[in-house]
Design a protein. Structure first.
Ligand SMILES: [Zn+2]
Length: 323
């Protein structure tokens, strides 16, 4: 399975590798697509037939914000004449005509079916043809990418009705997708009725970027009918911000950072402090009763944004925790 320009396809490909127990997407061959489609369909069937709040409902909560009008989530799913799993396998495995003149929008292979937002999250709705290059509804998607994007639910996090995904280096995206896939499989296997309270996806983000100090783009969204601008929230953490947070934590500044987080509205995780070198944070620190201990931290953050190397941050941050 190739990795393409589309983040949903890449995250799905890493999830597929985890689902099959492979070392990476390059180890996934064409016969594996049927195996993956079977797993996806079986889990979709379980979720679609779950009772609200009952066993297996967590997986429906995960699928609903991504594929709201698809067979496993459609309001009429329980009364539908055909089984959910049959229909899922059918649209995932529909053959592509090798002579098709329409290349898959993600990978470029010949593709036959065209998918819109009900099957590919956040793609254009079927009725929107103005933005379509060939003035036809939806986008052509090959079998490989259809299966990959339906592996996406395993690779992402669910928080308060929203989906959270990350875009970063290959290593970070793979670690994020695999970690979430292991959790998803646990939820499915044990029939979770809900996602555990207090599971903060930003902890997982930090766990996967900390080893490399990479930057990351985090997106939170629901695949509903609002315009993309209003249904998606994004946060950008640069490598400079990561470097600053890593060095500060290594040097024992954790408790000070925790206090600093409290002066910032909606700061649910320390990595929000590192998102940008902003004047607002300076102003809030300046207004604190004793800003002294925090100033070296903020200076080091500024230094990081001027020179995002670990050594620049280390030089700017006193090597021991201030008393
Ligand atoms: Zn493709």
């Amino acid at each position: 399975m190739d990795l393409t320009w589309h983040a949903f396809q890449r995250l799905g490909a890493y999830a597929a590798a985890e689902l099959l127990g492979r070392s990476g997407p390059s180890e996934i061959a064409e016969p594996d697509l049927g195996t993956l489609a079977g797993m996806i369909a079986e889990h979709a069937q379980m979720a679609g037939m779950a009772e609200k709040g009952g066993r297996g409902w967590a997986w429906l909560l995960q699928l609903a914000p991504m594929f709201p009008q698809a067979p496993p989530t459609h309001p009429s799913r329980v009364k539908a004449l055909r089984r959910i799993d049959e229909r899922v396998v059918e649209f995932l495995m529909e053959p592509d005509d090798p002579g098709s003149a329409t290349p898959c929008w993600a990978c470029g292979r010949p593709a036959t079916p065209r998918w819109s937002k009900s099957l590919w999250p956040l793609a254009e709705p079927a009725r929107e043809i103005n933005n379509s290059r060939d003035r036809l509804p939806g986008v052509p998607v090959c079998r490989w990418c259809r299966v990959a994007v339906w592996c996406l639910p395993y690779a992402v996090a669910f928080s308060r009705g929203r989906i959270i995904h990350v875009e970063s280096t290959d290593e970070v995206e793979e670690a994020w997708a695999r970690s979430n896939t292991r959790l998803s499989l646990e939820a499915i296997r044990d029939g979770w009725a809900d996602w555990a309270e207090g599971t903060d996806p930003f902890h997982t983000v930090w766990d996967v970027i900390r080893p490399s100090g990479s930057g990351v783009l985090i997106s939170s969204w629901v695949n509903d009918n609002r315009p993309v601008k209003t249904r998606m929230t994004r946060w950008q953490l640069s490598a400079a911000g990561s470097a600053w947070l890593i060095v500060a934590l290594e040097r024992g500044y954790g408790p000070l950072l925790e206090q600093l987080a409290r002066v910032r509205p909606r700061c649910t995780h320390l990595l929000f402090l590192a998102m940008q070198d902003d004047e607002e944070l300076w102003d809030r620190v300046g207004a604190m009763p004793s800003p002294g201990p925090y100033l070296p931290l903020i200076s080091a953050l500024r230094a990081a944004y001027q020179d995002p190397s670990m050594s620049a941050v280390e030089a700017a941050l006193p090597p021991r925790l201030l008393s």
